[in-house]
Design a protein around this ligand. Structure first.
Ligand code: SF4
Ligand code: SF4
Length: 400
């Protein structure tokens, strides 16, 4: 029997909605579709009907709760502080409990992503056939991949040698380390941008920090548990908790905004027992994203960074990923670095916090919608005439 245990944990948030409709001004999906079921208010209403026993887990309901980017623009602007992200994710978890994952997600989440080493083996297999795929020149994670592929799909080039095949387990600085951090690499850095991971580690070591890179770390699990597979999500969270359980680790750092927000938020979305909650809280409280760590923890003056010669005289703009600005409130730190770089002109883009439209697997199932939302982002970028769009993973690296 389905007890709706996940939905009951978030019932209070669904009940908070006072139906004002303010979220409709901010929801990128509603702005394209103009249907009540696209927006937080409509989704909340349906979830409340499920909780009251008036609504079944039909394929139509699955489609509605699936059509959300989890961008949290509604949450950030809701006068009642309704946490629709938690309501939507819990509803997806109930849907998975009731209907299962389906063949493709079951295979990808439970057979591939559940184990990083297995994922690496599949990535290596894919690497051999990627010459068959349309190529992208975009090196900055998903934003350009989707913006550039307005008419066709692009695939990021996998690296020749993955980061996990290059890193050492421990990096020691000269002299006595001022602290010890665990480096969480994340799948994109591991398989697509290994040079970014190596540069970040090198940067940390030069700051006098001992860096450990646990071999047993896994995927953060964002795609998995945001799709409602809490079983695999909890397993990945527990594996990552164990991999970084050395009590002498002061911070867990990563240069991927999705990974940092996911690791911080295990405590919010996943706990099933008080013990799990306590563990996820202890783990999440140690996590820092790259620029947050550089500015807020290390307190490195932004003026001390030097611009690489190749960027001299260029104009740059910053795109706020949802996972940084609304999941972690990280907005000023990357801008502080960019604005302080001598030789670079910083220009703010209109609606810098607008979602890029990807939303993980959202773009797989709603690609046309993704393209329309990405077009708005692209229009904002174009209006700045910037030479470079900087976003999450490369910010600190290009400033070094
Ligand atoms: S803004 Fe908040 S309270 Fe108003 S309708 Fe949307 S979710 Fe409900
Ligand atoms: S999270 Fe984003 S896409 Fe989902 S309902 Fe809220 S504003 Fe719309």
């Amino acid at each position: 029997m389905n007890e709706l245990t996940e939905l009951k944990k978030v019932e209070q948030f669904a009940d908070q909605c006072m139906k004002c409709g303010f979220c409709s001004f901010f929801c990128p999906v509603y702005q394209e579709e103009r249907t009540e079921t696209s927006v937080a208010r409509g989704k909340n209403y349906l979830v409340r009907q499920v909780l009251k026993g008036n609504q079944e887990f039909t394929p139509e309901l699955g489609e509605i709760i699936g059509k959300c980017l989890l961008c949290k623009r509604c949450v950030a602007n809701c006068p009642a502080k309704t946490q629709i992200d938690r309501v939507v994710v819990a509803a997806r978890a109930e849907m998975v409990k009731k209907k299962g994952l389906g063949f493709a997600k079951n295979f990808v989440f439970r057979k591939v992503m559940a184990n990083k080493k297995t994922m690496g083996r599949y990535a290596k297999l894919f690497q051999r056939f990627q010459w068959l795929m349309p190529k992208t020149e975009g090196k900055v994670r998903h934003l350009p991949d989707f913006i550039k592929s307005m008419g066709r799909r692009n695939f990021p080039q996998l690296a020749k040698t993955f980061l996990s095949d290059q890193v050492k387990p421990v990096y020691k600085p000269e002299g006595t380390p001022k602290m010890k951090v665990g480096y969480f690499m994340g799948c994109a850095t591991d398989f697509v941008y290994p040079e970014l991971g190596l540069k970040f580690i090198d940067f940390l070591v030069k700051q006098g920090i001992e860096v450990v890179v646990p071999e047993d770390q896994n995927c953060c699990g964002a795609a998995v548990y945001f799709s409602g597979d809490f079983e695999t999500g909890r397993m990945l969270a527990d594996k990552n908790f164990k991999a970084f359980s050395d009590p002498s680790i002061d911070y867990i750092v990563t240069a991927c905004g999705t990974c940092s927000s996911t690791l911080k938020d295990y405590q919010k979305y996943l706990p099933d027992t008080p013990d799990q909650k306590e563990r996820y809280e202890a783990f999440g409280n140690k996590v820092k994203d790259s620029t947050e760590f550089i500015i807020d923890v290390l307190k490195i003056p932004p003026e001390s960074f030097k611009l690489k010669k190749e960027f001299e005289g260029k104009t740059a703009t910053w795109h706020d990923p949802c996972h940084l600005i609304r999941y972690q409130n990280i907005k000023d730190q990357p801008r502080a670095i960019l604005k302080a770089l001598k030789g670079l002109t910083y220009v703010e883009m209109p609606n810098a916090d607008l979602c890029c439209g990807m939303g993980g697997s959202f773009s797989v199932y709603h690609y046309d919608l993704t393209k329309k939302i990405a077009k708005k982002k692209m229009d904002g970028i174009k209006s700045t005439n910037a030479d470079i769009v900087v976003t999450v993973e490369r910010t600190s690296m290009q400033a070094c």
